[in-house]
Design a protein around this ligand. Structure first.
Ligand SMILES: [Mn+2]
Length: 296
C-alpha cells in the first residue's frame, strides 16, 4: 500500500489506526466528483467525514463497547478530483482494482464518496471476488438512480443502480421518494424491489418486511446519504423531503447485519455545508456504526 502523507487524516484518529496488514476494516476515501447536477461539493465529502470522525466517541453506547477489534486502516484517497479531472471510466477502473485487492486481502471495506457513480466500480469488484454466488445490493437512497443515462453520460450518479441491475445482481432500494417516469416504468417492468419512503413512515413492520425481500445470503450495502431525512442530513447534493430518521436507519442496519452477511459498504454523496458540521459528523458516526454492526 502507498504510504500515507503526513497530512492525511485517519478515520477516528491515530489511536485507533493500525497498519494495513493488521487491519480488518479499511476506510477507502474516493473524492471523485464529475457529474453532480444540483449542489456540488461531494469531492470534499470523504475528507469532511474523516475530519468529523476525530470527534466520534470510541465507546458505542448502543453496543456497549469500543468497536475496533483489530484496528482501522484509512487508505490514501483514490480517484481524487479535488485538484483535477478524471474520466468516469478511469475512476471505475481504479476503484474496481483497488477494492478487488482489498477484498482479496480479506479486508472489510467501507468506501467514502464522492458521487454515487463510484458504487458501480465497488460492486463490480465484489462481483469478481464472489463469482460463485450472487449477492443483493441494498441501497438506501432518496432516488432510484435507475436512468439509463443522464445529461449525456451513462456514468452519471443518477444512473448507478441501472448499471448494477445490468450486472445481473438483485437489488433492494429503500427510502426512495423521487423517480422519473423511465425509472417507474423500469421498476414495474423488471419487478424491482423498492421500499418507498412513505411506506417506512406508515408501516411499523417495514424492517422485517424489507429484510424478508432479500433473497441472497450476502449483501453489499450502498448508502446515499440523501436517503436520510434532510432535516438530519442537509449536506447532500440532491436533498429530498422525507426519508429515514437516524434511529430508523440504525435499527434497519443493525438487523441487516444480524440477518445477512454484509460483504462491504459505501457511504456516498456527502457534500459539506460551510459553517455546519451536522452532516459530516452524522456520516462519520454512521460509518462507525457500520463497523460496530459488522464486528458484532
Ligand atoms: Mn440519491
Amino acid at each position: 500500500m502507498p504510504a500515507q502523507t503526513s497530512t492525511a487524516l485517519s478515520f477516528l484518529g491515530t489511536d485507533v489506526s493500525v497498519s494495513y496488514e493488521k487491519a480488518e476494516v479499511v476506510i477507502l476515501p474516493v473524492p471523485y466528483e464529475a457529474t453532480t447536477t444540483y449542489r456540488q461539493g461531494c469531492k470534499y465529502g470523504p475528507e469532511a467525514i474523516l475530519e468529523a470522525s476525530q470527534q466520534v466517541e470510541y465507546y458505542d453506547d448502543e453496543l456497549e463497547r469500543e468497536v475496533w477489534p483489530s484496528g482501522i486502516y484509512t487508505h490514501p484517497a483514490i480517484a481524487d478530483t479535488r485538484n483535477g479531472q478524471m474520466t468516469a471510466e478511469a475512476m471505475l477502473q481504479t476503484t474496481q482494482a483497488t477494492v478487488q485487492k482489498l477484498v482479496q486481502d480479506g479486508k472489510f471495506v467501507i468506501a467514502l464518496g464522492g458521487e454515487h457513480s463510484i458504487t458501480a466500480g465497488v460492486v463490480t469488484a465484489y462481483q469478481q471476488a464472489y463469482p460463485e454466488e450472487p449477492f443483493t445490493v441494498v441501497q438506501i437512497d432518496a432516488h432510484g438512480d435507475l436512468r439509463h443515462e443522464y445529461e449525456g453520460s451513462i456514468y452519471n450518479h443518477a444512473c448507478v443502480m441501472r448499471r448494477i441491475v445490468e450486472l445481473g445482481l438483485p437489488t433492494v432500494q429503500i427510502g426512495v421518494r423521487s423517480l422519473c417516469r423511465e425509472e417507474a416504468d423500469l421498476i414495474k417492468e423488471k419487478g424491482l424491489t423498492v421500499v418507498r419512503a412513505q411506506e417506512l413512515a406508515s408501516q411499523p413492520d417495514w424492517i422485517t418486511q424489507t429484510l424478508s425481500r432479500i433473497s441472497t445470503r450476502r449483501v453489499f450495502l450502498t448508502i446515499d446519504l440523501d436517503g436520510v431525512d434532510p432535516a438530519a442530513m442537509p449536506g447532500v447534493g440532491t436533498p429530498e423531503p422525507g426519508g429515514l430518521s437516524w434511529f430508523a436507519l440504525l435499527s434497519f442496519l443493525r438487523q441487516l447485519f444480524q440477518s445477512y452477511e454484509v460483504i462491504g459498504a459505501d457511504v456516498m454523496e456527502l457534500a459539506p455545508i460551510s459553517g455546519s458540521v451536522v452532516s459530516e459528523f452524522t456520516a462519520a458516526k454512521l460509518v462507525y456504526k457500520l463497523i460496530g454492526y459488522h464486528t458484532s
